[in-house]
Write a new protein. Structure first.
Ligand SMILES: [Zn+2]
Length: 68
């Protein structure tokens, strides 16, 4: 029996919510879990969490230490 064949997916820590999941998006050096991915897709700009998601997304696409 080969038990290693199905374990190719690594668990990653979500950049937005911090949860560890194997399902989601890898963007640059960051990871967004599938639940946050769904939130981002459907979130409204008037949602109180919208600024939080935007700020987290900025940390993904803009490296804070790029100009060190
Ligand atoms: Zn998440």
């Amino acid at each position: 029996m080969n038990t290693n064949a199905m374990n190719s997916k690594e668990q990653s820590s979500c950049t937005i919510c911090g949860n560890t999941s194997a399902a989601g998006l890898h963007i640059v050096k960051s990871f967004i879990c599938s639940s946050c991915e769904q939130e981002i897709v459907k979130i409204d700009v008037k949602d109180e969490r919208y600024p939080f998601f935007v700020s987290r997304m900025k940390t993904i696409f803009y490296e804070p230490n790029a100009n060190a």
